[in-house]
Design a protein around this ligand. Structure first.
Ligand code: BGP
Length: 475
């Protein structure tokens, strides 16, 4: 018996807005992403502009059959994608869904099942309909709860026989850091108070619990998870003050997992609110609704960071949404994301100790600039040994956590095929096993090419992780 369980769900992940393109096709409405040509770093535009790479994405909307076939060749057991809310409800507040949008995901899920691949579906992945942002101020409005519930109900009724695994909100804790992208909140971030940000978070938490209940009613066999942006924080020095800083910083992330897994607001958060005079408006039924907890905890993991209580240890903001002080012992990727495989073992143990619920790593990977070359047979490819090394090191730590006794359902590496980046909206930042010929100036044929990591991951899956430990690391 190997280390990875027999039913371990190996696969890859993408999000609709970063791959599908076809941004106005078949009745789709605009989403917040269609006016964010530079990701979270830049400001929004009034209308979609040609330099926004997400409008075409990698044209997955038209090429999904070819792509799923390639995933099947790697042996994927699961494929994580999201449903673009504005394909189903173009504005977000309609009462009737858009049939053409629903039909697309029927075709997509059928295609997955053709190869025995289970879809893992994120209901809301940074793609709130733009209309909801502009007319309701996104999740700042309590009205979004009902719109989201209606949307989720349509999905559950339609896909109940096709989708078992669901995630409610991608990286739900990021609403505090990227309120427009994550929560469709049109008010500029610098004008938002903490009171408002936490009220919006409360609306999402209530919505998440509501649809978890709904999913269990409509699909008794379905598994519903929350999705957290995990970033373990280490003290910059052994000073107790730094350790307390770590605890307080981590509370702001744990808060979201704690509510999803334990069904109530934690004491540390009540203290935080009280000391800042933040009063979260609870509707009478909210406390009861929050008691509907998730079946599993899913999370993204790319990096760790440090915290310091001293003013010199101020945040540097080079991280993925959350910032944090860089760890002086670690190397960073080309985009400044600090690489820390052992942090993944740590975070797996921490979540397991805290929640005792199955865990699913639904994002992990290395964003890098790849160069297309030719292999010995004249086939175009990318010699992405750096990506293989990154993924191998992280998967070895997943194995360590399994040995620690952590219950892990699966692993879907991020951007299994190159997609447009969320934080910078570039195509240059690639994560895939499959190279897509498209560049940030809009050039490229959109043709797909298998990278070296394609064959490596295929072997990892075929050996159920055993080849990670082969003495010979020549891939
Ligand atoms: C997460 C998002 C993804 C994804 C990933 C990589 O925060 O859930 O959508 O894109 O990060 O980030 P980036 O694309 O910015 O490299």
């Amino acid at each position: 018996m190997g280390i990875f369980p027999e039913n371990f769900l190996w696969g890859g992940a993408v999000a609709a807005n970063q791959c599908e393109g076809a941004y106005l096709e078949d009745g789709k409405g605009l989403s917040v992403q269609d006016v964010l040509p530079h990701g979270i770093r830049g400001s929004r535009t009034q209308a979609p502009t040609e330099d926004n790479m997400k409008l075409v994405g990698i044209d997955f909307y038209h090429r999904y059959q070819e792509d799923i076939k390639l995933f099947a060749q790697m042996g994927f057991k699961v494929f994580r994608t999201s449903i673009a809310w504005s394909r189903i409800f173009p504005k977000g507040d309609e009462t009737e869904p858009n049939e053409a949008g629903l039909a697309f995901y029927d075709r997509l899920f059928d295609e997955c099942h053709k190869y025995g691949i289970e879809p893992l579906v994120t209901i809301s992945h940074y793609e709130t309909p733009l209309y909801l942002a502009e007319h309701y101020n996104g999740w700042l409005s309590r009205e979004l709860i009902a719109f989201y519930e209606r949307y989720a109900k349509v999905l559950f009724q339609r896909y109940k026989d096709k989708v078992t695994y669901w995630l409610t909100f991608n990286e739900i804790n990021s609403i505090l850091h990227a309120p427009f992208m994550s929560g469709g909140i049109a008010t500029p971030k610098e004008e938002l108070t903490e009171q408002e940000l936490y009220q919006a978070a409360h609306h999402e938490l209530v919505a998440s619990a509501l649809v978890t209940k709904l999913a269990h009613e409509i699909m008794p066999n379905a598994k519903i998870g929350c999705m957290l942006l995990s970033m373990p924080t280490y003290p910059l020095t052994p000073s107790p003050d730094d350790m307390i800083q770590v605890m307080e910083d981590e509370h702001k992330n744990y808060f979201f997992g704690d509510v999803h897994a334990r069904g109530r607001y934690p004491g540390y958060m009540k203290r935080y609110f009280k000391e800042r005079n933040i009063q979260i408006q609870f509707a009478p039924q909210d406390e009861e609704i929050l008691k509907h907890t998730v079946d599993f905890i899913s999370f993204s993991y790319y990096m760790s960071c440090c915290a310091s209580a001293s003013p010199q240890g101020s945040k540097t903001g080079n991280g993925n949404l959350l910032g944090g002080v860089p760890n002086p012992t670690l190397q960073a990727s080309e985009w400044g994301w600090q690489i820390d495989p052992k942090g993944l073992r740590y975070v797996l143990n921490m979540f397991w100790d805290r929640y005792q619920k199955p865990l699913f790593i639904v994002e992990n990977g290395l964003g890098a600039a790849d160069t297309l070359t030719e292999d010995e047979n004249g086939e175009k490819t990318v010699a992405d040994d750096y990506r293989i090394d990154y993924l191998r090191e992280h998967l070895i730590q997943v194995a360590e956590a399994l040995l620690d006794g952590v219950d892990i359902m699966g692993y879907t590496s991020w951007g299994c095929i190159d997609v447009v980046s969320a934080s910078t909206a570039e195509l240059k930042k690639r994560y895939g096993y499959i190279y897509v010929d498209r560049n940030d100036d809009g050039s490229g044929t959109l043709k797909r090419y298998k990278k070296k990591s394609f064959y490596w991951y295929r072997d990892v899956i075929a050996s159920n992780g055993e080849c990670l430990f082969a003495a010979d690391k020549t891939n």
